[in-house]
Design a protein around this ligand. Structure first.
Ligand code: NAP
Length: 495
């Protein structure tokens, strides 16, 4: 960002990975008049909300770091959740972002009035900002299953993102409902600790093999000693080739990468599950990549543990003593965990966001959440989103995505800070054309090939970036200003 003129106030909503990034970058640009509003009493977003046993990110540790803040101390090739949380906490302090955060302040209303955003928090705090950065994350509204009797269970019961660490686990009869990335990690962590673990699977999942070795002391010492080595770990060409190549496979379901991925997932199942009956229960009836691919070094071993059982009969209801399946069996349990995912389509809602002319976000998004380039919404000037609707999500680093989005947004912030524009938002025509193209492209991706997943919106359209990562990187390099409506500071005119 070139301008240092300042004089503008910025409100950032959310102090997770993206909100902390925004704080670091604002300070770097000399824009120190900003506040980050955080509804909880700690930063961390996803990594604060999730604390379940086995929590690990399936993106390689050194790729799951800010580009400007490498971390020589990752313990494993895949980063454990608590280490990620600690990394964000110390990075926040190192870059002086902590002094800008208002904790326990949930923004409930955000209205564009007389050219500025008026914010109001649940506790009644008010603020006025020229720019709002929505960094509220994607997967933070727990989704509870629509199962009869869900409140009837007499013992312990919670969602995976609301883990109650007071509840004992060892030697208990545990039921895990759901087998996405979360359920699979929990089963791996608990199979050997539970007296009996029942994994309730509605649809089978393709599982990619992965290794998660620890870094040795010598390796960590070398990362400390040699910044270039550490940097090369962040930009590991092997990871980038796989991650970027994967996005090309998603949009071309017949590509050789997709064929190889499917073969690897199938070979993993064949090689690691010996019982043919169990193997068939674990075999999905849709294409690999249709749901977000699961990477696990040990799920197949865990589900074959003598204490573990895969239950595929379908859940009839929950009763005081446990889960009853449609075959009439009552699975008696001491603890039920709902690893049933998140409502990924709410973004900053239920916050009441009101744009130019009184238009409400809930109206603008009545059909589906939409933002031009996943960043800007017509009639919501100077409100920019990090990890907003239709941005890339997948088996790669959301940090890299947010950094690229920030680079894009920083062009707008510089224009506003330097007085070259007063209001900036995508035009209706630009969003309409973008959405038309996006939906058309999304329908032919692997995500639309016939399975249920959180990628799909209410109409069954994949809601993520349906083009390659290369295309995303190119778009984020510099905004196409023709897609934006600008109000100039002097004459207040639209351009
Ligand atoms: P998810 O992928 O949405 O999986 C939800 C699971 O709950 C599915 O197995 C689903 O079954 C099941 N389910 C939902 N309602 C049900 C019902 N009524 N009865 C029975 N089963 C039901 O959620 P998640 O596992 O929490 O993962 C969400 C995302 O978080 C991931 O895709 C990933 O992006 C991220 N994540 C990443 C990591 C990582 O980096 N390793 C770890 C955890 C999460 P169906 O398949 O039949 O719908």
């Amino acid at each position: 960002m070139s301008s240092k003129s300042g004089g503008i106030r910025v409100a950032v909503i959310g102090a997770g990975m993206a909100g902390i990034l925004a704080g670091i970058k604002l300070r770097e640009a000399g824009l120190t008049d900003f506040r980050i509003y955080e509804k909880a009493d700690r930063i961390g977003g996803t990594w604060r909300e999730n604390s379940y046993p086995g929590l690990t990110c399936d993106v390689p540790s050194h790729a799951y770091t800010y580009s400007f803040e490498p971390n020589p101390d990752w313990s494993h090739h895949l980063p454990p959740g608590p280490e990620i949380q600690a990394y964000f906490e110390r990075t926040m302090v190192k870059y002086g972002v902590d002094q800008h955060i208002a904790f326990n302040e949930e923004v409930v209303r955000c209205a564009f009035e007389d050219g500025r955003w008026q914010l109001e928090t649940r506790s009644g705090t008010g603020d006025t900002a020229d720019i709002v950065i929505a960094a509220t994350g994607v997967l933070h509204h727990p989704s509870y299953p629509d199962i009869a009797g869900i409140d009837a269970f007499a013992s312990d019961c919670f969602h995976s993102a609301r883990w109650d660490h007071m509840v004992p686990l060892d030697g208990r009869r545990i039921g895990i409902i759901g087998n996405g990335s979360t359920g699979v990690q929990i089963v791996s962590a608990l199979a050997s600790r539970a007296a009996r673990l029942k994994h309730f699977q509605r649809s089978a999942q393709w599982i990619m093999p992965t290794v998660n070795d620890p870094f040795t002391d010598e390796e960590r010492a070398a990362f400390h000693a040699d910044p270039l080595l550490l940097k090369s770990m962040q930009n590991d060409p092997a990871y980038l080739e796989v991650a970027w190549g994967w996005t090309e496979a998603i949009i071309d379901a017949d590509s050789s990468t997709m064929v190889q991925t499917e073969a690897a997932a199938r070979a993993n199942l064949e090689a690691n599950v010996s019982d043919p009956v169990l193997r068939e229960k674990l075999r999905p009836n849709y294409r690999a990549g249709c749901k977000r691919l699961i990477h696990s070094p040990d799920y197949y071993q865990a589900i074959q543990h003598p204490n573990a059982e895969l239950v595929t009969d379908g859940i009839e209801c929950i009763e005081p003593k446990g889960v009853r399946t449609r075959d009439g069996t009552l699975h008696e349990l001491d603890l039920i965990v709902f690893a049933t995912g998140f409502d990924a389509h709410r973004f900053m809602r239920p916050m009441n966001v009101i744009g130019r002319g009184g238009v409400e976000l809930s109206q603008a998004w009545a059909k589906r959440p939409a933002a031009y380039m996943a960043i800007s919404i017509p009639d919501f000037p100077n409100l920019f989103m990090l990890n907003g609707p239709s941005g890339p999500v997948g088996n790669f680093s959301l940090i890299d995505i947010a950094e690229r989005q920030w680079a894009y947004i920083s062009h707008f912030i510089a224009m506003i800070a330097s007085g070259r524009a007063r209001e900036i938002s995508a035009s209706h025509a630009a969003l309409e054309a973008y959405e038309q193209e996006r939906i058309k492209a999304a329908q032919t991706t692997i995500w639309g090939s016939g399975c249920n997943s959180w990628y799909l919106d209410a109409e069954g359209v994949p809601s993520t970036w349906p083009w390659s990562y290369r295309h995303f990187a190119a778009e984020m390099a510099v905004p196409r200003m023709g897609a934006y409506e600008l109000v100039s500071p002097d004459i207040g005119s639209m351009q």
